[in-house]
Design a protein around this ligand. Structure first.
Ligand SMILES: [Zn+2]
Length: 1074
């Protein structure tokens, strides 16, 4: 433990701020991968700034978008303190604060704290200057930027222990939600701009507001009262834009007769648009049926699919995604109640009014069942998806940083929960009741404040920790067992024969060489580099040396590492050496005939050199590890030749071959070393075995197969750049606490777990999500609230120790229909997907598919049986909130991971990709977004860069069309057989489909069609934080087959069509009913 009570430097070094980053990125120029011909290797020639690798055209970044995928990039150099939303609270010198979990076990590295930058200590709360400086979309209402404007001084809030409710007019600061915002176009590419607010007439764009701006009933009725037909606009088979009919209740007479594809369908409110309903007497509620709308619109709407003719479901009734370009404004609490979040896949801006943003934590159900019986009756699962460092929307208020000084944040002395808006102060503020464990604590003397007439502390609106769902506390010495670690980046590069000959080594060196410029600046950034084939080669980067010195480690069974101080050096000291070295490596090894790879030994040796600090180990690997510790065999070939061995043997190939790498990985995690694997290969590399290392250490696998230096180098560079520049933290520990009655059952994701309650994360970044399944251990009280609190203790890249605390408080219910009404489809499906991925290595594919189907059926059955009163057997009744569950379930059954015919490594990669996948990316992974791009010229310039999505049904594809499909990882462009050659020429520079090659690089030509296409791809990259692997596809070859394999609504030899699947589900539900 550090010395308690020692002088605490009140330093506020430039901490990264995701919000600031998200803005900054818009200003960054794209740098292209550099030319790296072997002919000019080895020299010290300056890098040509904007040439392209391997003669390829520059990736299609134009303008000032952050070329690479990243939607946010670390600012290089200190962030001006004014950009920070830092809050200084009066130091509370209570020395008896409980201590946090112990961190790490290392001796302190020589790493001193820095003096505070001038002006880093605002004398009051809020950091309004930060708000004022952000180009929010609502710049029309400038925010006060005075240094001491109190944030939320209104004390007339509601009584109770909930957070303040923000009635309109109460908000003194912060972005205001302008009334009547209908839609907000996102800035696509180009310099930062204030998105234009389109003033939309109520007749064409109903406002996308959360309740409070109009509850369900008022919303529904106003929509119904509107002219402007919700059922006439959308073209055939296209879902209507969300904004056009957000809460239409069934319209009498229109449903059966309109003949439009939506005529039969109700589009009841989105979950987030529903006001928590008045308590209902029981589960029985009238179901609105088509053609027979219930007298008053009830909050518990469902949708029913009636069957026509021979028990066929009318395809026009089928529920489909209703994508929208409208930005949803979401307040996390309203009227002292949790406000169910917008769909994870939608575009929204959050105002934290007491609960954390759904970006950081979402629950599968937004009302918590009081009993375990009720939960099991619903067949839904109770789980949280936690993404503690998620990127925020640039228009959102930054997370406020709170410094309690040496005493550290106020916590419950029993459960160690952190102070949050739901802790109830009593006894004139002298004591407080923990909302997690119920314990009553003394208020620390320095933290005392009197209560107002509303029963809340008078300072509740001035202290972020008392009115915000997410805050970041400055960690006191008690949270450190050593000084915060430096930011160490160690690059380990495969230089075996194969890697050299495929261009993988050159691509890796080129990418690293460019990325070095993007690493966080400052004395705490350190780098190291090593290469490996059948031995490991370290390089001394000491400035004193004339040139980098190679240090070979020949023993690959019992590895050691050279002197650490030579190998890992401050970036500022070795930048030049490093550049020379990276330019030289491909030529140094160009004649390498060593085919063997000592991957395990190399990783271990690199780890040994990082052991005293921890850090990120980035490994570029091209072949199956064949020698030394952790070597592997080509199990895939054995599996093929042993095909008769049965399913059990086949499954083994999706599991790690032995425990060697796992044991190593656990040791890495103990010493805070995180491993990311960049696999640039043309062969089987046994990802099932290798991936254990990144999964255990908080890292991830990147997979480039079959690797092409021509096509993949740009992606490799962009992936690496985003990896090192995205918001992230080191040496982290995370714990989720729950209110009494609920406890954490299990965590799932990429981390190491040593004790049951915490997960250890050597590194964590904005893209990593952890699934937290929950269970009851007691009854909850109806009318009370159940809270979840995620605390992440981590070190920023600038060496600050922080605790990010997100709290979500949800109401408890005894009513099944409330649960269904508040079900969160995206979160529930994300859990189903992640559980399926976890199952794949241990159960036959058919069994995993059945399990996923059954989860879906059991939920729908529970709803049918207990919530639907209409007993028409001919109807499939879906709860409104989960109406797309069957579609997603079907898509999951047809996904790469659950197809038994896929390549082993592809399936293993899919499993690993899913494990930390953020909720917003889960849906597109199984149900990709498809758009038509041949008619971009004809499309009206509406709000969105990206055209309307088309359902994944091959009958929607025409012979004259070009279609783009993306799932967040891959982007396929399908060119049909009779496309206008002019369009082909303008978009791709080819004159016929026959010229399509496997090696496709998207280029931007000087015509508007090409520019529009590039703008679309760039926007998708921005949205997905991923560069996307682009491929051009045509009918009649493997590329076309790949494209059509994503048409998940089609009937296939091995799979049902969407309509058939609905019928199938309906039958199974009927069987269970009988
Ligand atoms: Zn407690």
């Amino acid at each position: 433990m550090a010395t308690p009570g020692g002088p605490r430097p009140r330093n506020f070094p430039p901490n990264y701020n995701p919000n600031a980053l998200a803005n900054n990125l818009q200003n960054l120029q794209v740098s292209q991968p550099n030319q790296q011909h072997s002919s000019n290797l080895g020299g010290n020639a300056p890098r040509p700034p904007n040439t392209t690798p391997f003669g390829q055209q520059p990736p299609s970044f134009a303008g000032s978008r952050p070329g690479p995928p990243p939607p946010g990039v670390f600012p290089r150099g200190p962030v001006p303190p004014s950009v920070q939303a830092q809050t200084t609270l009066p130091p509370n010198m209570v020395s008896t604060r409980p201590t946090g979990p112990p961190m790490g076990s290392q001796p302190p590295p020589p790493f001193a704290s820095r003096p505070p930058p001038p002006g880093a200590l605002p004398s009051s709360i809020g950091g309004h200057s930060a708000l004022g400086s952000r180009p929010g979309p609502f710049s029309s209402s400038p925010l006060p930027s005075g240094p001491s404007a109190p944030s939320y001084t209104n004390t007339s809030g509601p009584v109770g222990n909930g957070p303040p409710a923000f009635a309109s007019g109460m908000i003194q600061n912060g972005p205001r939600f302008p009334p009547g915002v209908g839609s907000m176009p996102r800035p696509a590419v180009g310099p930062p701009q204030s998105p234009t607010l389109l003033s939309s007439g109520p007749s064409s764009h109903p406002p996308q507001m959360r309740p409070g701006f109009g509850g369900l009933n008022s919303g529904a009725s106003s929509t119904m009262g509107q002219p402007g037909p919700p059922f006439s606009g959308p073209p055939q088979n296209m879902p209507p834009p969300l904004g056009s009919m957000p809460f239409s209740a069934p319209v009498p007479g229109m449903l059966q007769s309109s003949g439009s594809p939506y005529g039969m369908q109700t589009w009841p409110p989105h979950p987030q648009q529903m006001v928590p309903p008045p308590p209902t007497a029981g589960p029985m509620q009238q179901q609105p049926m088509f053609g027979m709308p219930p007298p008053p619109p009830l909050p518990n709407q469902s949708m029913a699919l009636s069957q026509t003719g021979q028990s066929k479901i009318d395809p026009n009734q089928i529920p489909r995604l209703a994508p929208s370009s409208t930005v949803i404004l979401h307040e996390t609490r309203q009227e002292n109640q949790a406000n169910p979040p917008p769909p994870a896949t939608s575009d929204y801006i959050v105002k934290d009014t007491g609960n954390c943003s759904p970006r950081y934590m979402r629950c599968t159900i937004n009302q918590i069942p009081c009993t375990v019986d009720l939960l099991s009756t619903s067949a839904m699962q109770l789980a949280l998806l936690v993404q503690p460092l998620a990127l925020s929307h640039p228009s959102e208020e930054p997370i406020q940083v709170v410094d309690f000084g040496e005493s550290g944040p106020v916590r419950c002395s029993r459960c160690k929960g952190y102070i949050n808006p739901f802790m109830k102060f009593i006894d004139q503020g002298r004591r407080f009741i923990c909302n997690l464990c119920g314990f009553t604590d003394e208020t620390p003397r320095d933290y005392h404040c009197n209560l107002g007439p509303d029963g809340r502390r008078r300072d509740a609106y001035e202290r972020p920790e008392l009115c915000r769902g997410t805050v970041e506390f400055v960690a006191s010495k008690e949270y450190m067992v050593r000084d915060p670690m430096p930011a160490v980046f160690f690059f380990l590069i495969d230089v075996s024969m194969n890697a050299i000959q495929t261009g993988a080594t050159a691509a890796a060196c080129s990418a690293i060489n460019q990325v070095i410029a993007d690493l966080p600046d400052g004395p705490q950034t350190m780098v190291g580099i090593a290469t490996f084939d059948s031995t490991v080669h370290f390089y001394s980067l000491k400035r004193a040396l004339q040139q980098p010195l190679m240090l070979i480690v020949p023993d690959i069974q019992d590895v050691y590492t050279p002197l650490q101080s030579d190998v890992i050096v401050q970036l500022a000291e070795c930048r030049q050496h490093l550049e020379i070295l990276l330019e030289s490596i491909p030529s140094m090894f160009q004649n390498n005939r060593t085919a063997d790879s000592a991957f395990g030994a190399a990783v271990k040796a690199a780890f040994l050199s990082m052991k005293s600090t921890g850090g990120k180990l980035l490994v570029f690997q091209s072949v199956l590890p064949s020698v030394g510790i952790g070597s592997l065999s080509s199990r895939e070939a054995e599996g093929r030749s042993n095909a008769s061995a049965g399913e059990k043997e086949a499954l083994k190939l999706l599991q790690p071959v032995d425990k060697t790498l796992k044991t190593m990985a656990i040791e890495f995690a103990e010493y805070q070393v995180c491993v990311d694997l960049f696999i640039t290969t043309q062969t089987y590399v046994d990802i099932a075995s290798l991936s254990v290392v990144p999964r255990t250490t908080g890292g991830q696998v990147y997979y480039y197969y079959p690797f092409s230096a021509l096509c993949d180098s740009a992606k490799l560079y962009n992936d690496l750049r985003w990896n090192v520049t995205r918001p992230q933290g080191f040496e982290a520990v995370m714990r989720v606490r729950c209110s009494q009655g609920i406890q954490v059952q299990e965590y799932s994701g990429n981390f190491c777990k040593r004790i049951p309650t915490d997960v250890d994360l050597p590194a964590i970044d904005c893209d990593k999500t952890i699934m937290v399944s929950l269970k009851h251990d007691d009854k909850l009280q109806e009318g009370s609230e159940c809270a979840f609190q995620c605390a992440l203790l981590y070190t920023t890249v600038y060496g600050q120790r922080r605790i990010r605390v997100s709290t979500l408080s949800l109401s408890c219910t005894n009513t099944l229909s409330n649960m269904f009404r508040s079900a969160d489809l995206d979160t529930q499906f994300a859990c189903i997907l992640k559980q399926a991925a976890n199952e794949i290595p241990s159960a036959p594919p058919a069994q995993v598919r059945d399990q996923a189907t059954n989860v879906c059926i059991n939920i729908l059955f529970a709803y049918r049986k207990f919530c639907a009163t209409v007993s028409s057997n001919g109807q499939l009744i879906l709860p409104e909130a989960l109406r797309l569950l069957p579609l997603y379930a079907l898509a999951l059954l047809k996904s790469n991971g659950l197809r038994s015919d896929g390549r082993l490594d592809d399936r293993s990669f899919w499993i690993n990709h899913v494990s930390p996948l953020p909720t917003p990316l889960v849906i597109p992974l199984v149900y990709p977004r498809m758009i038509a791009i041949h008619d971009l010229e004809e499309k009206a310039s509406d709000d969105s860069v990206i055209p309307t999505t088309i359902p994944l049904l091959s009958e929607n594809l025409t012979d004259e069309g070009i279609y783009l499909l993306e799932n967040g990882e891959d982007c396929l462009i399908y060119v049909a057989s009779s496309v206008d050659p002019n369009i082909l020429q303008q978009m791709f520079g080819i004159s016929s489909v026959e010229e399509i090659s496997n090696q496709f690089i998207l280029q931007q030509y000087d015509n508007s069609l090409s520019k529009k296409l590039n703008a679309i791809v760039n926007e998708i990259r921005r949205q997905r934080s991923s560069y996307l692997r682009l491929r051009l596809c045509r009918k009649g070859d493997s590329s076309g087959m790949l494209f059509f394999s994503y048409m998940v609504e089609d009937k296939t030899p091995s799979g049902l069509s969407y309509v058939e699947f609905l019928v199938h589900i309906h039958r199974l539900i009927q069987t269970k009913m009988a």
